[in-house]
Design a protein around this ligand. Structure first.
Ligand SMILES: [Zn+2]
Length: 386
């Protein structure tokens, strides 16, 4: 009897020790999100685009934040693949052409927003989801009229035509629009306006059913089917008192998820790219951390929801970032850059949720929305309209 007690005591002690060791050295911090059964149905899609976010940007952020053995939320997604990013006319794409591929399933020339090089409009996956009765949203840290959000709900020959893009985003009835760029929405009579007409797009939006918010407090209490949130004249500062990308994303999901037909949401970590153009690794890592927090928000929702496909990718790499050496704890990190422009290196696609495994392997960027359309049983996509 006494011997049994000792054995039982040792067994319990061993279990306690193992669980402590497990918590210290692995724990939930490096555990993957689970795979779903193969017949799982997709109801909602969230695509998160880290603008300019290549593999080195992700790895450097992991090493700096958690050490080499840690894991970002992005890196806990169970399925990965690769995406080729070249545009119709250039090996190295811009955000307009890369975004157009991700939004419409067609390649176009650099600088063009969801039109083909002949000037014909390309139907976007967001428009296709809206036409199916799903709710739609765009959440960014740049101006909402910038290339990446624009490609999902606007069609213009030049990404610089942000005044027209502002009108089209509203005409397209995107349910949730959150970001910066107020200067493109206010009439020229106002000092900070970038418009050359007297059109007051904010008044117009309100008349057509949008709630307009400009602060985090207003956003958090916003309700209704249409929300326009413009938190800066141009890009966001990505600092307080603005809502963070994660907070905007959480609110967008809360609003969109009330639609019984599901929703399509695009979230962009817009400023990773800008830091990489500056070859500023500290800021590139900070922006990737902010993006990763938004990814976490979506993953936690999707884990509970069970019908949300989450896709994280980039439109292109920027800076040709390399990691030369450093310490495992991330205290020293020797980053080197090969360019101040975008590069032609393929980017990673990370996926979680029903049908996540459809993205395994090497794909062209045009295949991403085509897979979305198949999963949502949208037969009218891709489509060249007009
Ligand atoms: Zn760029």
């Amino acid at each position: 009897m006494k011997k049994d007690h000792v054995i039982r005591f040792l067994a319990i002690l061993t279990i306690i020790c193992l669980s402590v060791v497990n918590n210290v050295f692995s724990s939930a911090d490096t555990v993957f999100y689970p795979l779903f059964p193969p017949d799982s149905q997709v109801k909602n899609i969230v695509i998160l685009i880290g603008d300019g976010m290549g593999l080195a940007q992700v790895a450097a952020t992991r090493i700096k934040t958690y050490g080499a053995n840690g894991r970002l939320n992005i890196e806990k997604m169970p399925v990965t693949g690769l995406i080729n990013t070249h545009s119709a006319n250039k090996l190295v794409t811009c955000s307009a052409a890369a975004g157009t591929a991700l939004a419409t399933g067609y390649k176009t020339n650099n600088e063009i927003i969801s039109m083909n090089p002949d000037g014909k409009k390309l139907y976007t996956i967001l428009e296709a989801c809206r036409d199916k009765g799903m709710a739609t949203g765009l959440v960014v840290t740049c101006a909402i009229t910038n290339a990446t959000p624009a490609v999902f709900a606007a069609h213009v020959k030049s990404r610089n035509d942000e005044v027209t893009i502002a009108s089209q985003l509203l005409e397209n009835k995107v349910n949730v629009l959150l970001g910066g760029g107020k200067k493109f929405f206010i009439p020229k009579s106002e000092d900070e306006s970038e418009r050359e007409d007297d059109l007051d797009l904010i008044a117009k939006a309100k008349n057509s059913g949008y709630s307009f918010v400009q602060t985090k407090e207003q956003l958090m209490t916003a309700t209704g089917n249409y929300i326009l949130g413009l938190f800066q004249l141009e890009a966001l500062t990505t600092n307080l008192p603005e809502p963070s990308l994660a907070e905007m994303t959480q609110k967008a999901i809360e609003l969109l998820n009330r639609n019984n037909n599901g929703f399509f949401l695009m979230v962009e970590g817009s400023q990773i790219d800008w830091a990489c153009h500056d070859n500023d690794e500290e800021e590139a890592i900070r922006q990737t951390q902010l993006f990763d927090e938004a990814v976490k928000t979506v993953l936690e929702f999707a884990l509970k929801d069970e019908h949300t496909l989450v896709v994280v990718t980039a439109d292109h790499e920027c800076g040709g970032m390399g990691i030369n050496d450093g310490s495992l704890d991330g205290k020293d990190l020797d980053i080197e850059w090969t360019t101040k422009k975008h590069s032609g290196i393929p980017v990673i696609i990370y996926t979680f949720g029903p049908q996540a495994e459809r993205f395994i392997g090497l794909h062209d960027n045009t295949e991403v929305p085509r897979i979305f359309a198949k999963l949502l049983d949208i037969k009218s996509f891709p489509m060249i309209s007009e």
